[in-house]
Design a protein around this ligand. Sequence first.
Ligand SMILES: *Cc1c(COP(=O)(O)O)cnc(C)c1O
Length: 415
Amino acid sequence: MAYTEQTQAAFREVLDNLQSAGIFKQERYIHSLQDAEIEVEFPPGAPLKKLINICANNYLGLSSHPEVIKAAHAGLDARGYGMSSVRFICGTQDIHKELEARVSRFLGTEDTILFPSCLDANAGVFEAILGEEDVMISDRLVHASLIDGIRLCKAEKDTFKHADLKHLEDKLILHKDKRHKLVITDGVYSMDGDMADLAGMVELCERYGAMLLVDDSHATGFIGETGRGTHEKCGVMGKVDIITTTFGKGLGGASGGCVSGRKEIVELCRQKARPYLFSNTIAPPVVAGVIKVLELLSDTTERRDKLEQNSIWWRKSLAEAGFILQPGDTPIVPVMLFNAKLSQDFARDLYEEGVYAIGFFFPVVPQGKARIRTQISAAHEMHHLEKALDAFIKIGKKYDILGKTKNEITDHYGL
Ligand SMILES: *Cc1c(COP(=O)(O)O)cnc(C)c1O
């Protein structure tokens, strides 16, 4: 044991610097189910406060859906609690195969392999299929877990400017002699709520002989006419070679992820992806819960339709009230405040008014683009959204930002 005083002091200093930079993450303790309304203890020891939750990824409102809970209970009774094994030794049940088949059917893909999380799917997929002769070309704003997976792979790494297909084309030309080329993007980008132009990307990939990987974690279950995801919305179902996604957001929000797509790619992951080979897969009750979620979503589009209507109403109402929004048409609606301190003050005041949303600022978003990110759910009823809107307007008036331009706000508050 040699946790020296110097080491401890050095670590302490790193933590103190996070505190003084105002980027120390302090968790709020929820004492209730995850839902449209939650009971929160914050700061630790404070009395519980009932809040309208507009910052969860509970897009479809399935995190605490009674039928999902019931299915998870039944799964627990029928297949037990845990596997105590990785998949290829003695950790594969019939329900794991059933879930893989259902995901393939839902996404319109050839095959699917489960991972403990989408982070693990992204950590495993690149190394399993690519080597030194290949190239990975990713959008510069892809999710952190894709960046990690890319780093673990020996193929050459390159990037293109966010959503800039001309730049992507330049890169595809630059790397045209590589053996395998893989273009990598998120389907929906979580900070701005913008969507990748998958139709344009598929066209470029076909022209230059590249594969396409889309991480659809912020889309699966609700984007597109029947909620299949960004590939449905963009009219390219069956043309995306690899979809990675999570069960930890719209699809019940428990945990787990997958790689879905070309059957040889899925089989290569089964043989070689390290998070699949060396970590337990999704626990039986969660598998049973996700199966139920996919059943519910295949029967009817009611929940994604309600989510869409809620999102449209919320976006329109905030805009009419005079807030500046990041443009888009997903359930992610960022309210732009530009100034970091203003975003924190605004979020704190919302909390006082009974509305839970988070203010983001640099380095999570670019400098001068601080915001409150709001996320809408099918669990929200109109009375939730109306109350949240009233709080936004009240606080917007307090800081005198309603109807103001970006320059007027930043002239007053600074960047
Ligand atoms: C949330 C998220 C992940 C991680 O999902 P987990 O299943 O929780 O690991 C990966 N990619 C994107 C784009 C995400 O938004």
